[in-house]
Design a protein around this ligand. Structure first.
Ligand code: ADP
Ligand code: MG
Length: 712
């Protein structure tokens, strides 16, 4: 009963909000089309949710002598002392000198200034608003907003003037502050303040959040700074809360609905490997994660687990042991990686473990030959192949498993959500999924992007590793660095020298590498040390051959482009020299550094840069020197580059928050997560009367975003 009444109400108000904006005063057919095209705004609701991205404090006036920068809009009061029309033809413009008690600046208008010209005079006081620029050591404001002080005083003026996201076209077509404000005014006049509350009373009380009407009104028409902040907090919370509800509901739903293969037995493979082949004792963290996985795969529920572990923390062995759980129960397992080199690396290291156990393991990548493919596909579908390692190639529809029980996706952030979904479809009951990432994901990002996954962390490195010492030097000290490398090689170590890929030009890239190779050769000419080189242009076999030589210590120096970023594990290599380090991102640098420090000897990572560095590049170098902790590095990376860049564009679809900023609003995000969890734990299907509004808005949001499909 209660439910149906609620839905009627909701349908009524949602009907209003679905109306086309062309019916609003001041919009009409043409502007409606324009807003649709430029910003995708077509309904009242779209407009209501088109929030300002900042506010200008129009109660604040500057003095001319206070102008320091040219990157902020400012407001001034003063008088016009001179007005002139200068220039010829297309360069014709109107200029005016504007003074207050502290100094003077220029104002300039380039076109359509007839009405300004009529308005300007040397008697009235004017209020102007705009962005100063520096010309010939003099501040100038082009096309300022201008009105007389009298005009300003007559206005019942909002002190905090909203600035709406807009486009160049809209600005050209006259969508000024004033027009936006008029439109929003019209909207609120039509709708009234009757918006349906979307948060439970108890949650609002607990967190001291303003109600929906107050929030929506003040986000568009802030009545005070305090109310604006309250409005923002409430709307941000709502945004994060609903996202967490979706993610958590999805997680819980999946656990309830989606059956998982049951790996009941710990069998022959597992035991033999663990007791006779495993070459070292697992770390506590590895054991803990294996237990977590073990619990999942025998629970009857499909596992969806994210495994985070820093470079070198030993994820591969955990992956392999998980695969053995599948194999022991008659299932196949697969592991995919984003690049051919990484896939090969996995294949080779897993093969070493698998072969003594008599396990049939194969590799499938883009460069697998047609003939081999056919044979491989047959054996895979027949169940003869037990472990398939590969790249994206494995995801193709024609790759059919007999009975896939576990799929492992390495470096998930380089794969899209869609690819994860493809793995699901490789068996009638979806396989267990283990997603691994060596780029630690800051907790906030994990919560928004992998919030539907369970998370395991390997937070301990294998014993006996000495932390890599990281040094930042400048290229003028290259000779010293080379001498240092030589002295390490004399102690029996090996070293990498890495150059950035010159992505714009393969030719230049190759040139750069070979030039440097020659220089290095010259330096090490009269030493016993041999130098190898790998780069992107080499054939796979050539690369493999070079890598193998380095691994076998036939070469002591490996000169390379970033093709070695992932892939090689040479414990005797103790020096990583990164040339032009400023051209690498933090996570790349961290990955590269992870190539050393794998043996018992002290290792070094030397970051060589030009002397002049951007502030951002300097922060990257300082961060690398200051810490070896991948999670800390990831946090800095997140702050430097923003979430979109870290996860790649493929997943940016879920990133578009209207107001929330997952970096700045991290505490709010955690709160939202906790409260969403509490609500769902108590009432998973959202059936309680006090959760009806959540249920309604959640369903609406899911319908609109297609979220379940996206994540599925
Ligand atoms: P990553 O997490 O970066 O994938 P790997 O799985 O490649 O790390 O492991 C890095 C190196 O550490 C490998 O040489 C691996 O054999 C070794 N390793 C892994 N676990 C242990 C352990 N518990 N004790 C000693 N060495 C280990
Ligand atoms: Mg790895």
């Amino acid at each position: 009963m209660l439910l149906s009444v609620f839905y009627k109400l909701a349908i009524h108000s949602s009907f209003m909000l679905q109306k086309s904006i062309k019916y609003l005063p001041g919009i009409g057919e043409t502007r409606a089309k324009l807003l649709q095209k430029e910003l995708g705004i077509s309904t009242y609701e779209d407009l209501l949710n088109h929030f300002p991205f900042r506010y200008i404090d129009r109660s604040k006036y500057y003095k001319i002598s206070e102008i320091r920068s040219t990157n902020a809009d400012i407001q001034l009061i003063g008088k016009i002392t001179e007005i002139a029309e200068v220039g010829e033809g297309r360069k014709k413009r109107l200029t005016a000198t504007f003074r207050d008690a502290t100094g003077e600046i220029e104002l300039v208008w380039f076109r359509n200034y007839k009405w300004i010209q009529q308005k300007l005079n040397t008697e009235d006081s004017f209020v102007i608003y705009g962005r100063p620029q520096l010309f010939n050591r003099k501040y100038t404001i082009a096309h300022p907003e201008i009105e007389t002080l009298e005009e300003r005083k007559k206005k019942s003026f909002l002190k905090l003037q909203p600035v709406y996201p807009s486009t160049e076209t809209l600005v050209k077509k006259g969508f000024t502050h004033r027009v936006w404000t008029q439109i929003m005014n019209g909207l609120f006049q039509q709708t009234g303040l009757n918006f349906k509350e979307s948060l439970p009373e108890s949650v609002r009380k607990e967190l001291n959040l303003v109600d929906k009407n107050t929030a929506l009104y003040n986000i568009h028409f802030p009545q005070s700074i305090d109310l604006l902040h309250k409005a923002q907090t409430r709307l941000k919370f709502e945004e994060l809360f609903y996202l967490q509800l979706q993610l958590l509901q999805k997680n819980i739903h999946r656990k309830k609905k989606i059956k998982g293969h049951i790996f009941e037995n710990i069998g022959e493979y597992f035991n033999r490997f663990y007791h006779t082949i495993l070459p070292f004792e697992l770390t506590g963290a590895q054991k803990k994660v294996i237990k977590e996985i073990r619990k999942d795969v025998k629970s009857g529920v499909q596992m969806n687990r994210l495994l985070q572990g820093d470079v070198g923390s030993g994820k591969t062995i955990v992956a392999f042991i998980s695969m053995l759980m599948a194999l022991d129960n008659g299932f196949q397992a697969s592991m995919i990686a984003p690049t051919e080199i990484l896939a090969q690396q996995h294949y080779h290291s897993l093969k070493k473990f698998a072969e003594p156990l008599g396990i049939n393991i194969r590799l499938l990548t883009g460069s697998t030959k047609q003939k081999e493919r056919k044979e491989l596909f047959d054996k895979l579908a027949g169940g003869e192949i037990q472990i398939l390692v590969g790249t994206h190639a494995v995801l193709e529809d024609k790759v059919i498993f007999d009975n896939l029980g576990l799929a492992i996706i390495d470096e998930q952030h380089r794969f899209g959500v869609a690819q994860r979904a493809k793995m699901w479809k490789k068996n009638t009951i979806p396989p267990h999924i283990l997603v691994m990432t060596a780029t630690p994901i800051p907790r906030t990002l994990a919560l928004t992007h992998y919030g539907d996954l369970d998370v395991s962390v390997i937070d301990e490195l294998p014993p006996g590793r000495k932390p890599v010492k990281t040094i930042h030097t400048y290229s003028k000290d290259r000779l010293k660095v080379f001498h240092f490398i030589k002295s390490e090689l004399e102690k029996g170590r090996q070293a990498y020298i890495v150059y950035p890929l010159i992505e714009e030009s393969e030719v230049l890239d190759y040139q750069n590498l070979t030039d440097n190779y020659e220089k290095i050769k010259l330096f090490f000419e009269n030493t016993p040390f041999k130098i190898g080189m790998v780069h992107g242009k080499m054939k796979q076999e050539e690369k493999d051959a070079e890598m193998a030589k380095f691994k076998n210590n036939e070469t002591q120096l490996l000169v390379a482009t970033t093709v070695i970023e992932v892939g090689v594990d040479v414990p005797n290599a103790s020096i990583m020299l990164i040339e032009s380090a400023e051209r690498f991102g933090l996570s790349q640098l961290h990955q590269l550094r992870g190539r050393v420090g794998r043996g018992a000897e002290q290792s070094y990572c030397i970051l060589m840069t030009e002397y002049k560095l951007s502030e951002e590049a300097r922060t990257r170098m300082q961060t690398m020197v200051a810490t070896n902790d991948g999670f800390k590095i990831a946090e800095v990376d997140l702050q430097l580059r923003g979430p979109g860049n870290i996860l790649g564009t493929q997943q940016s679809g879920i990133m578009k928050f209207r107001l929330a900023d997952i970096i700045k609003d991290a505490p709010l995000l955690h709160t939202a997560r906790n409260i969403a969890y509490k609500v769902l734990k108590e009432d998973f299907l959202l059936q309680k009367p006090e959760h009806q509004n959540i249920r309604y808005f959640l369903q609406k949001q899911i319908k609109e975003s297609g979220f379940w499909n996206l994540i599925g």
